[in-house]
Design a binder for this molecule. Structure first.
Ligand SMILES: [Zn+2]
Length: 1125
């Protein structure tokens, strides 16, 4: 059958392609030469409609934009007040001593105005013609705000009811318009520049900078902006009241308002999706917070040749008043302020870049259109945006995300910018049902076509020449002959006429069937096997774990991964139980009862049986069921408390080796393996030492390292065998996760940890994780290689894998959740015209035992202007890389050193932008690139995470566990993990079916009259305010009052009312989005558990000493100024 029924020429842009009902390799374009037999793989539907015509070498690219990227400018004269002064109890944390309501500058609102998106989006899309504004003067005048904020509290839009952090003792309900925010003392309003702030008259070049953020410009003569400056973006709806009310303020209207007029008059309705709503805020930060950290040490030499920003032309700066920081730029309003207000709030939290706003804007702007991958160097939508992907020649962002989609041409530029060049690759990512899995291409015995020199695989960027008889490799430029059976004519553009019929010539991602040359020992692999290895020591039996697990396995074995439409899984299973000895089970189908074989010589592990150990589930079902029934009974009265660990893995690996297959071990383990055996461990967790000696706490690096080399050696053997290890831990005390997780980590496995496991409390979480883990599709015995075009190369790798050389990432197993982060460095000059290419090739054995190659290609732009780099960065991916970099760093350096390194790098990134890309402005301004305006807040979350800045309550095991988890997280997971999502549940109408809009992760955003869900991918809290209406309490908890709610509750009662259904439905939906089950914890306001909850309010100062967002922004600003001075 000839499926290529369309005219061969490349379709014009936008013209829908015919659907090819069956993609058959053998008949492209009627070529008779193909030797490949027709392949049965699913229909290849050809390019999607709207396919863009792309030149063969991926030459199409976004229109070059030469202007400086848009920026956010935080005007931060923070130094003057002394960084150390923050945290003495004011704005952010709402000290109880303050009776002044939360102050807010008029400039505070635009961050949640749609305007921000209007600016940021073009930058991301690169879709605007004229150069973007050189910088977005988003200025947060920290010191200025301190003063002016006190004088000019921003009004909460009515219905929003931003409450003051301190003054309202027990407000509930919405904030009255006539309250302290009802009027704005005009005389004290910060002076606002008319130059830029006049409604409707700003030229785009001037107004755009203002749109990106809302920071009040510096007081030093740099024009100040009212909050709503900037023209309405085209097409931007304006939900506020008519503009005829000059004094009106709503959070939405992007109008230019006369200075000082915003704060009076009725409040307009807020845009529904923005603005955290805070009626009746009454919370106060518990505990007292000491002074913030002192000034940071100077970081080396300043930037060579850095211009002195202080010398920039600009309005003369008034003499600084007496401040701690001589460089600080004072607010002109300072002297106008009553003295008692000068020490109040320095910065308005609403005036600094908001993750919620950025996420919301991206959803609104990019969530409706599919992301089409035909254009080189496109920055994809954020991971928090739901979008569809159409593969038109580059890999979907679900497979690869980059820190930047525009790479500096030279290493000098890259060094100057300090922006890490990295890709976060998830080769087997699960796609939404709307998107097709990669097509499988079968080239028959000849195998996939590759470059003779660099071995890159055929891809859309290879250039066919000489009438199609040869092709030039896009990675190494080598000219290769086209094999006769692959020959095809070229069209007038030089593209093969069958390009759209062949996935490897038109798509970013596809698979090749591998030939026997790609198989171990030149032999096609057997289907993989799963071995369940169950700890049956006293602890495992006592908690009910063994009984629960065995019961579950009886049904779970019906859900082993299978390929395509296969009726049953090809995977064989085996069973081992153990304490200080191992018990193997013969479950051969011909047996009436399972047979146990005990191996007590754990020092020299061997597998006592081959036949009957690994079996087909359906064939041996009766024997397996009998075994699973018997195991809990056999060990019901055990007194054995000691366990071994390394011999268990050894046994599983040997069993796979004997069966000549790859596979996965599922280990269910409870305790530190202290029994005499290889890999025996001792308890090295000295809590006394940790709690008393702070320096020791920071020098925990040895506790992150395995205490013996046995496990690395074992892991190496496992990788060689394609033996992946998933570890389920059920510890009651220290089990040395750092050591026990070595093998899972190096074999591409997963670790799950259920501390103090109790069946009644934890079974849902454990079983949910287990089901997902057993069912998920895994590639076995995998090797991943990332090739790059000349000029850059992969130099460093992060993730759960093993490397025996510098290029090949070896994964005994790789599932759809695991990512490998790859860093690139220059080894030559890159070329703007040809860009840079990545090709990730993953060779693996499918769960049906088929050997395959999965190929992902991605073309990036290259730039000679730093501004282009900064315009095309992706902060979420940067954070993913930086977190992994730091989390690996703790193995070798004290966490303090690691944190300082991160801070320095971030400061250098932002200083380089400031120096090279931003328009001249006062040194008192903190100017952030639009694409990186969340870098400080997110980086701060990494810095104060449990691994880098542990609180006293976090255990050594938990830190090692988290460290291990983050190592293989994708970008979406690190995003939510470091900046949790906080959802108000009772704000939106109960009939609303959409997820409620999130609010910023700060205590200040909590209202005692409401209920919130907080999730970070691992934890899920339901926070209940003390003033929640009694009806709500009844509807959700089925009790009469707040005081009757059980703190720490983990299951909500199933009640037949709309609120209960909605909340439980939302919880289910959140859980479904995450790769691990999140156990619910109900936290009552001012309850003991609240301290745990507050740890996740990451914009606040943390109890372990982590800075608040505002403080950190000041800190960062100071670092940047030091670099620039
Ligand atoms: Zn090549």
């Amino acid at each position: 059958m000839n499926v290529n029924q369309s005219a061969p020429p490349v379709p014009p842009i936008g013209q829908p392609q015919p659907i090819y009902p069956g993609y058959h390799q053998s008949s492209y374009g009627g070529q008779p030469g193909s030797t490949a037999p027709p392949t049965p793989y699913g229909a290849y539907n050809g390019p999607v409609p709207g396919y863009q015509q792309t030149p063969p070498l991926g030459m199409s690219r976004a229109p070059p934009s030469s202007g400086a990227p848009p920026t956010s400018t935080a005007q931060a004269s923070c130094g003057q007040a002394g960084y150390g002064q923050f945290g003495q109890g004011d704005i952010q944390n709402g000290p109880s001593s303050s009776t002044v309501p939360m102050q807010r500058l008029p400039g505070s609102q635009p961050f949640r105005s749609p305007l921000a998106s209007a600016v940021s989006q073009p930058a991301v899309l690169q879709s605007y013609g004229p150069p973007p504004p050189t910088s977005t003067q988003v200025t947060a005048q920290l010191a200025g705000m301190q003063i002016s904020g006190a004088m000019a509290p921003a009004p909460p839009p009515s219905g929003l009811g931003y409450g003051p952090p301190t003054s309202l003792a027990s407000a509930s309900g919405s904030f009255p318009n006539s309250g302290p925010y009802g009027s704005y003392p005009q005389g004290h309003a910060p002076p606002i520049s008319q130059a830029q702030g006049h409604p409707g008259v700003q030229p785009p070049q001037q107004s755009a900078p203002l749109r990106a953020s809302s920071f009040t410009p510096p007081a030093s003569g740099v024009p100040r902006m009212p909050s709503m400056t900037g023209p309405l973006p085209p097409g931007q709806g304006f939900g506020g009241p008519p503009m005829s009310q000059p004094n009106h303020v709503s959070s939405a209207p992007p109008q230019v308002l006369p200075p000082g007029t915003q704060m009076t008059g009725p409040q307009g309705p807020p845009p529904p999706m923005h603005s955290p709503q805070q009626p009746g805020y009454q919370l106060q930060q518990n505990g007292s917070f000491g002074p913030g950290r002192g000034p940071q040490p100077n970081y080396g030499s300043p930037y060579p040749g850095a211009p002195t920003f202080g010398s920039q032309p600009g309005p003369p700066q008034p003499l600084p008043p007496k401040r701690l920081d001589p460089d600080a730029i004072p607010s002109p309003q300072l002297n106008e302020l009553p003295p008692q207000q000068k020490t109040r709030h320095r910065i308005d939290p609403d005036a600094i870049p908001s993750p919620i706003q950025v996420i919301e804007d991206d959803r609104n702007n990019r969530g409706s259109e599919p992301f089409v991958t035909g254009v080189r160097g496109q920055v994809p939508p954020l991971v928090t945006t739901n979008f569809l992907v159409k593969d038109q020649g580059n890999a979907s962002p679900r497979y690869i995300r980059c820190t930047s989609y525009n790479i500096p041409c030279t290493s000098d530029m890259a060094k100057q910018a300090q922006v890490p060049l990295a890709a976060v690759i998830k080769p087997l990512a699960k796609l939404p049902p709307e998107e097709a899995s990669p097509y499988v291409v079968d080239h028959g015995e000849s195998g996939p076509l590759r470059c003779n020199r660099c071995k890159a695989y055929m891809c859309p960027f290879m250039q066919f020449i000489e009438g199609g008889r040869r092709f030039q490799c896009c990675f190494c430029s080598c000219i290769n002959d086209v094999p006769p059976q692959y020959f095809q004519h070229l069209d007038h553009t030089g593209r093969r006429v069958d390009a759209y019929d062949r996935p490897e010539l038109s798509l970013g991602s596809y698979e090749f069937l591998a030939t026997v040359d790609y198989c171990k020992n030149n032999k096609f692999p057997s289907p993989p096997a799963f071995i369940f290895m169950i700890d049956v020591s006293y602890n495992a039996i006592r908690t009910g774990l063994v009984r629960l697990l065995c019961e579950e396995l009886k049904s779970l074995l019906d859900y082993l991964p299978r390929e395509g439409g296969a009726e049953e899984s090809a995977i064989h299973v085996g069973f081992v139980t153990y304490n200080k000895v191992l018990h193997f089970y013969n479950v051969k189908s011909s047996l009436a009862q399972p047979q146990m074989m005990v191996v007590s010589d754990v020092a020299d592990m061997f597998v006592p049986l081959l036949d009957g150990f690994l079996v087909n589930v359906n064939e041996s079902r009766a024997v397996i069921t009998s075994l699973l029934d018997q195991i809990p009974e056999i060990f019901a009265d055990t007194r054995e408390t000691e366990t071994v660990f390394a011999p268990v893995i050894q046994a599983g690996m040997e069993a796979l080796k004997a069966a000549e297959c790859s596979g996965k071990l599922f280990l269910f383990h409870t305790s530190l393996p202290i029994a005499e055996a290889p890999g025996k461990l001792k308890n090295r967790d000295d809590r006394k030492l940790i709690n008393t000696d702070k320096e020791k706490v920071w020098d925990w690096k040895t506790l992150f390292q395995p205490q013996t080399g046995v496990y690395q050696t074992l892991a190496k053997e496992c990788v060689a065998q394609g033996c992946c290890v998933d570890l389920f831990l059920f510890p009651n005390q220290y089990v040395d996760v750092a050591t026990l997780s070595v093998v899972p980590q190096l074999t591409g496995g997963s670790v799950y940890k259920y501390a103090c496991f109790q069946v009644e409390n934890d079974q849902e979480r454990f079983l949910s994780d287990l089901r997902r883990d057993v069912q998920k599709v895994v590639g076995f015995d995998a090797v991943m290689r990332v090739r790059t075009s000349t000029g850059i190369r992969a130099t460093d790798f992060f993730g759960c894998f093993y490397m025996s050389n510098t290029t090949d990432v070896e994964l005994a197993g790789l599932d759809g959740d695991k990512t490998v982060t790859v860093e690139f460095k220059h080894d030559d000059r890159l070329n703007e015209e040809s860009g840079a290419l990545l090709q990730c090739a993953l060779l693996y054995t499918s769960c049906a035992g088929q050997r395959r190659l999965r190929i992902h290609n991605l073309a990036l732009n290259c730039c000679t202007q730093l501004a282009d780099l900064y315009r095309n960065c992706e902060t979420d991916t940067l954070i993913n890389y930086m977190a992994k970099f730091a989390y690996r760093g703790v193995l070798n350096s004290p966490v303090k050193t690691v944190r300082d390194t991160l801070i320095t790098q971030c400061a250098q990134i932002l200083a380089c932008y400031r120096k090279n890309c931003a328009s001249p402005s006062s040194a008192g301004q903190l100017i952030l690139p639009e694409c990186m305006k969340l870098l400080p807040v997110y980086l701060n979350c990494v810095l104060k995470s449990d691994v880098l800045q542990p609180g006293a309550e976090i255990t050594t095991d938990d830190r090692a566990y988290i460290r291990q988890l983050v190592t293989s997280m994708d970008v979406a997971e690190t995003n939510i993990f470091f900046y949790p999502r906080l959802l108000p549940l009772t704000k939106s109408p109960i009939e609303s079916t959409t997820e409620p809009p999130a609010v910023r992760a700060s205590e200040e955003r909590l209202s005692s009259g409401d209920i919130y869900l907080l999730e970070n991918g691992l934890n899920l809290f339901l926070w209940v305010g003390a003033s929640v209406q009694q009806g709500v309490v009844q509807s959700l908890f089925n009790v009469a009052s707040f005081s009757q709610i059980t703190s720490g509750l983990s299951v909500l009662p199933v009640l037949d009312n709309p609120l209960s259904k909605k909340v439980r439905g939302l919880i289910d939906s959140l859980r479904a989005q995450r790769s691990r089950y999140m156990k619910l914890i109900v936290v009552k306001q001012e309850d003991k558990l609240e301290m745990l909850f507050k740890n996740f309010l990451v914009e606040d100062k943390s109890l372990s000493g982590g800075e608040s967002y505002v403080d950190f922004l000041c800190h960062m600003h100071k670092e940047i100024r030091q670099l620039l001075s």
